[in-house]
Design a binder for this molecule. Structure first.
Ligand SMILES: *Cc1c(COP(=O)(O)O)cnc(C)c1O
Length: 355
């Protein structure tokens, strides 16, 4: 694929590492290509800026949008690397297939990300814990309101330098079980990274925040009985000597951090089960003290320890509201590999060479 590059003539000033936060600043360029109903065309990198779209574009009316989230990391030697980017390419296509958006060839996805990160390499920050968040996304833009599957689409990549998620260390969060709303059902779009899933989850997240919790623990949408995810992260529990994470039943997003944690833990001899975990079992494990650790997993935070779990009106403290040893081990190992401080024996990292 040939990418036409138009460089900015007005590079922006880079924000200070302490001001980065998440998703507030964007780099100087963005990638776009168009799908005309049959083929991808006009792959290009242009100065970052607003889009002009027809007001009837499918994306605005029928939720025809899927996205990815990944990061570029600066190593101690100053090199730049991605983490398992081919997994993101594959997942984007799995999401796209579900809502009938066109497939983006994996090669094109990887080339677009590489080229944009290489061009905006100066934007990959180097302070501890900082990174360049990469947001590939794909949306339908047919200019008419008839309900139909998408013909025309756009694939884009934008990048945002982000700060250290844990400025004050890995502080455990409080989580409440959500018993009214569900984010996904089997047969629906739960396993896809689509904007619509987020729309469905906002109300519960808002309610949790108003009650003083960080996020909700989602139950399955059919029986309201099995644990699915925590907020927009996958979730893992250490119950006795077993590490349990909900099986990918169709309503759970197959996280790349989740997959990496499972592979890493298995390689170190932990007993890991991907299985159904009911709320009764989890509640019992809280009561008996068998629940040793709980944490969320995702690209943004890597792992996020859970210190309090509120089930109905009962509040349980996990591991004395301290980060547990397995959570810490996962955090240290994954961040070590991602930022290039530890040897990558799994072959997960992918170098990007600056322009
Ligand atoms: C993106 C996402 C995750 C985490 O996936 P990673 O690939 O680990 O970043 C988990 N749950 C939901 C709902 C997500 O959208």
């Amino acid at each position: 694929m040939e990418i036409k590059i138009t460089k900015t003539t007005a590079p922006k000033e880079k924000p200070k590492a302490t001001e980065l936060g998440f998703g507030k600043y964007f780099t100087d360029h963005m990638f776009l290509m168009d799908y005309d109903g049959e083929k991808w065309e006009d792959a290009r990198i242009v100065p970052f800026g607003n889009l002009s779209l027809h007001p009837a574009s499918t994306v605005f009316h029928y939720g025809a949008e899927v996205f990815e989230g990944m990061k570029a990391y600066r190593t101690p030697e100053g090199r730049i690397q991605l983490f398992r980017p081919e997994e993101n390419a594959r997942r984007l296509n799995s999401s796209a297939e579900r809502i009938c958006l066109p497939q983006v060839p994996e090669e094109a996805f990887l080339q677009a990300v590489d080229a944009l990160v290489a061009l905006d390499a100066d934007w990959v920050p180097s302070e501890p814990g900082t990174s360049l968040y990469i947001r590939p996304f794909l949306f339908g833009n047919d200019p008419f309101l008839g309900v139909h599957t998408v013909q025309k689409a756009v694939f884009m990549v934008i990048c945002s330098p982000v700060g250290n998620y844990y400025k004050e260390g890995l502080a455990p969060v409080s989580i409440m079980i959500e018993e009214e709303d569900v984010r996904a059902v089997r047969g629906g779009t739960g396993y896809t990274k689509c904007g619509g899933n987020y729309g469905a989850s906002f109300r519960a997240g808002k309610k949790a925040e108003e009650k003083g919790y960080s996020q909700v623990l989602w139950l399955d949408g059919v029986e309201r009985r099995y644990i699915e995810e925590v907020g927009s992260m996958n979730v893992m529990f250490r119950i006795g000597d077993e590490i349990v994470t909900p099986a990918l039943t169709g309503s759970i997003l197959p996280g790349i951090t989740r997959k990496s944690c499972v592979e890493l833990l298995k390689s170190r001899g932990y007993q890991v089960s991907e299985r159904l975990l009911s709320l009764e079992e989890l509640t019992n494990a809280c009561r008996t003290g068998e629940l040793k650790e709980a944490w969320g997993t995702g690209t943004a935070a890597v792992v996020s320890p859970i210190g309090h779990l509120v089930i109905e009106d009962e509040s349980f403290t996990i591991n004395g509201n301290e980060i547990g040893s397995v959570t810490q081990e996962l955090y240290d190992t994954l961040t070590g590999i991602q930022w290039g401080r530890l040897e990558d024996t799994f072959g997960w990292t992918h170098p990007v060479t600056a322009e």
